[in-house]
Design a protein around this ligand. Structure first.
Ligand code: NI
Length: 263
């Protein structure tokens, strides 16, 4: 049984255009049991669903999150939510994501908040989990999570230990990826040390954020083994245990049964 489930990936990215089929086949030969492709626009949300459909008969556990990423918003975004609603009805759509706030990029905050709130309401209405993107927006993210109370994952968590406690209190999960293995990841290591294992899920955010020793290279879901090894070290346990628990957590948060289909 393959052990790795990648809760956050972008296989639609053009970094995979030349060899997407080979990469995906190789994942399943190398301990990956499945992944969730994250939407950032209507087009990439559709791409994720097409990916799941295309490979579905061979690899059962390819899923899509559908949503509008704060970095990709424009004046049509509010209308685009109606398309996201339609895509979310697809059987392979498992979450509304990735959505949130990104104050690093120059997208007006008011537009970001409006579209984020609308997608939180959509997730609530559809009883679906959300996948949250939070870059340099910790305070506003926490405030909105407290207001809308979604279920789901705060991905590539970069907040403080205090914030992670708040996220756990809200019943959400924290997604960790390659950053954990970076030399300057002191704050992330503190968060993991403190975090109950039943609140942790693993991710790549591929093609970005490869773990050491592949930092800077193209990432893919097989590399989660390096992230898991570092987390095992921090938690004073073994990789098997980390992969087992985080896969169970992924099943819970995305309402999946990963026990079948991959031997
Ligand atoms: Ni992402």
């Amino acid at each position: 049984m393959n052990r790795i489930f990648d809760t956050h990936s972008h296989y639609d990215d053009r970094a995979f255009d030349d060899d997407r089929d080979e990469v995906i086949t190789r994942l399943f030969e190398n301990d990956v049991c499945g992944f969730v492709n994250q939407g950032t626009t209507v087009a990439t949300s559709e791409f994720g669903i097409e990916l799941a459909e295309k490979y579905g008969s061979t690899y059962r556990h390819i899923y899509a999150a559908v949503g509008l990423h704060p970095e990709c918003l424009n004046e049509n975004s509010i209308q685009d939510i109606e398309t996201i609603r339609r895509l979310a009805a697809h059987p392979k759509a498992v979450a509304i994501g990735e959505i949130g706030l990104d104050y690093y990029y120059d997208v007006p905050k008011e537009l970001q908040k409006e579209v984020f709130a609308a997608q939180l309401r959509l997730a609530d209405e559809l009883s679906m989990p959300v996948v949250i993107h939070d870059r340099e927006a910790h305070g506003d993210i926490l405030e909105m999570l407290k207001t809308y109370r979604p279920k789901g994952i705060v991905h590539c968590f970069s907040g403080s230990v205090e914030m992670s406690r708040e996220i756990v209190k809200l019943g959400m999960y924290i997604g960790m990826g390659g950053v954990v293995t970076f030399k300057n990841a002191r704050k992330t290591v503190e968060v993991i040390a403190e975090l109950p294992l039943d609140r942790l899920v693993l991710e790549t955010d591929c093609p970005y954020l490869s773990p050491v020793p592949f930092r800077g290279k193209r990432n893919d879901s097989t590399m989660i083994c390096y992230t898991a090894a570092r987390i095992a070290e921090i938690k004073n346990t073994d990789v098997d245990e980390i992969l087992r628990i985080t896969k169970e957590n992924a099943e819970k948060v995305y309402n999946l049964d990963l026990s079948e289909g991959i031997e």
